[in-house]
Design a protein around this ligand. Structure first.
Ligand code: FAD
Length: 342
């Protein structure tokens, strides 16, 4: 199905961007046909709900709006449930639906904007849970060869806000569905400090966690329907313990957290805050007054001012702390004299 090619209502930064060829894909068969007919070297991109992208003015080639729906219980042994969800399903609706069926595991990830198919891309995470913990397999179609595969969690290479799909080895996969292994007996995950502080019960239930996560998010994060944003603009940097010694000596109050493989995660918000960025505005983009990791639109409709402000922040953090900040959202398309994923 053809769609209007202006993407400003299809990305949460409300950026003006035009797709050369925009097509909504609502079945795996339709995707196969589209890939078969596409020229071998054609640029083919996928857009979910546009809540983690920075779109330049033009998206050359074909942009697929992922619209494959469907939720199917593949098996249910009374305790464990294998559930398949189409990549175009809305993430939060799936979380609520699972909760109401008694299929537990995903409550901490409630209200994360976006689609099911994008969830494995950056291994969405919040309040002490990452989606990788509940993924059983990822159904994908290769955009160059048309091959179908079901990738195991190991093959997905999940890390903090990262997976194989963000790297050369996996970037050609188009996710069509995700299988989740949920549980009626999943433990309640209530240890994340801000969540724990909110919960009044000593033994919180899944209901209480879901309600608290939703309440905290509504209080703390700007609603993209009102204020253009993509949530966190930068990842929290992860460094080796030995690279942190000097920084810890200079800034004993630096918040750090244990990360896998003995590495250390640093709070990017703290670094940005130390440099006085909170609330600063530049060319229609500002650093949120409430959360130093969130940039908000206040007039900018093009990608360049967002990237200029984020570059300035990252440069100042590098200069002062020697830490490299990495963007969390994906930059797509081309602007005058400025290209990225081509
Ligand atoms: C207010 C707010 C709060 C947020 N909070 C969190 C949070 O707590 N934790 C967190 O992890 N993220 C958070 N995010 C980021 C965002 O919600 C997630 O990254 C989400 O998974 C993006 O989904 P999407 O459908 O909008 O993806 P899009 O923005 O459309 O796409 C993101 C990337 O995934 C690729 N992609 C999308 N679908 C597919 C597919 N089917 N196959 C292959 N590639 C695909 C796109 O090409 C692009 O590279 C937040 C964003 C906002 C606006």
């Amino acid at each position: 199905m053809g769609l209007a090619d202006n993407l400003s209502t299809r990305n949460t930064l409300r950026l003006m961007s035009e797709a050369e060829h925009l097509v909504s894909v609502s079945s795996s068969g339709q995707l196969d046909g589209l890939l078969r007919d596409a020229p071998q070297d054609a640029a083919i991109r996928v857009l979910g709900e546009g809540s983690n992208v920075i779109l330049h003015d033009t998206l050359p080639g074909t942009t697929i709006v992922m619209a494959i729906e469907g939720r199917e219980v593949i098996s249910d042994d009374g305790q464990k449930i294998l559930l398949r969800a189409g990549a175009g399903e809305n993430w939060h609706s799936l979380v609520l639906w699972c909760h109401h069926q008694g299929f537990h595991g995903l409550a901490n990830l409630a209200l994360i904007p976006g689609s099911v198919g994008a969830a494995p891309i950056q291994n969405i995470g919040a309040y002490g849970v990452e989606v990788a913990q509940w993924i059983h397999g990822v159904h994908a179609t290769h955009r160059r060869t048309g091959r179908h595969a079901v990738l195991t969690p190991d093959e997905c290479g999940f890390r903090y806000r990262d997976s194989v799909f963000k790297h050369a080895a996996g970037e050609d996969w188009i996710i069509t569905a995700v299988d989740f292994e949920l549980s009626r007996d999943a433990p309640v995950e209530a240890d994340y400090p801000s969540l724990r502080a909110r919960l009044t019960e000593t033994e919180p239930t899944h209901d209480a966690v879901l309600a608290s996560v939703m309440a905290i998010r509504r209080e703390r994060l700007p609603d993209p329907v009102i204020t253009p944003n993509v949530g966190s603009f930068f990842k929290n940097p992860i460094v080796a313990e030995e690279d942190l010694a000097q920084l810890r000596a200079d800034y004993p109050e630096l918040p750090v957290f244990a990360a896998p493989e003995g590495r250390i995660k640093i709070s990017a918000a703290w670094l940005i805050d130390q440099l006085g960025w909170r609330g600063r505005e530049q060319a229609g983009v500002r650093v949120s007054a409430d959360h130093a990791l969130v940039l908000e639109g206040c007039g900018a409709r093009l990608a360049t001012p967002w990237l200029a402000l984020s570059d300035a922040i990252a440069e100042s953090v590098k200069e002062t702390f020697g830490i490299v900040l990495e963007l969390e959202p994906i930059v797509m398309g081309v602007s005058m004299g400025c290209a990225d994923d081509g």
